[in-house]
Design a protein. Structure first.
Length: 288
């Protein structure tokens, strides 16, 4: 692993020194909030890179989202993920793999919905690190909020394609650099040093096409977006910006913060109608 001063994604890679958009962004995890990182946007493809290398095992040792539990918001978000798959022809009897499944919340949700062939893989979670899970191809492979954590997004995406059967689906959910601003203070999409590279839409589509994965559907909003009050990404992202800490996503809700923030009250009810486009879910179909 090395520091990133040249884009590792595009044909005409931009460099850190010629970048027009550069910012110093603090880590939004409580334990590391004094650590500040340099983010810069590639002039070639618009992707955002974290310049500094980091001792990532130390950062992940007590990662707040490991404490995420199944709540109302998760249930709504996971239902949206499943609906999106079914609209592309996925059937509940199909084999599906959640790659980078963390604690397995989505896998458990799918099993609870009667999907007997739902599996999870995560090299960093003991319960899901069995590599035999990767031996046979799947009808659908999904990977949410993972690719931006990788040092080599191209190699990561390419490593997923053999896991999809010909004609099967690959879904990648990730922040969309096209609608993320480096100077937007506290934006949870930036999340250095965990997010190594935030891809532009063009690059994400291109990485899939390089391995015969044709984009068949692009959903330019978060799976958390719903009409239920507070269950939408505009509200959640703004809440995390105001608190400044990702940790607050898994802590008891700070009603004091919401009560004194008219914008949060507004977004709690109407955020669904104002999607920011800063999250993208692309469904690829593998050529037969
Ligand atoms: Zn680039």
């Amino acid at each position: 692993m090395a520091s990133c001063t040249k884009c590792n994604l595009c044909e005409h890679p931009g460099t850190r020194t010629e970048a027009a958009e550069v910012g110093r962004v603090p880590c939004n995890v409580r334990r590391f909030q004094k650590d500040v990182f340099t983010l810069w946007r590639c002039t070639g493809c618009g992707s955002i890179h974290c310049e500094e290398d980091a001792d990532l095992p130390r950062y992940y040792a007590d990662y707040p989202l490991k404490k995420q539990q199944m709540g109302f918001g998760e249930r709504i978000g996971y239902r949206n993920r499943l609906q999106l798959l079914e609209r592309q022809g996925f059937r509940r009897s199909d084999r599906i793999l959640d790659y980078g499944c963390g604690a397995g919340l989505f896998v458990n949700f799918l099993r609870g919905r009667g999907l007997e062939h739902a599996f999870g893989y995560d090299p960093f979670v003991a319960a899901y690190d069995n590599r035999q899970t990767l031996d046979e191809p799947y009808d659908a492979v999904v990977s949410y909020d993972v690719i931006e954590h990788h040092d080599e997004p191209r190699a990561f995406l390419h490593s997923l394609t053999p896991l999809v059967r010909p004609g099967g689906l690959l879904v990648i959910g990730t922040p969309n650099a096209d609608h993320v601003a480096i100077d937007r203070k506290g934006d949870p999409s930036l999340h250095p040093p965990y997010h190594r590279h935030i891809l532009s839409e063009r690059i994400l589509l291109a990485l899939g096409r390089e391995r015969g994965m044709e984009p068949v559907h692009t959903y330019r909003r978060s799976f958390y977006d719903s009409l239920f009050p507070t269950v939408n990404s505009r509200f959640l992202w703004q809440y995390l910006r105001k608190s400044g800490l990702l940790d607050t996503a898994v802590e008891p809700p700070r009603t004091d913060l919401v009560a004194r923030s008219p914008d949060l009250v507004f977004l709690a009810f109407f955020g669904y109608f104002l999607p920011a486009g800063d999250y993208i879910m692309v469904t690829f179909r593998k050529s037969r």
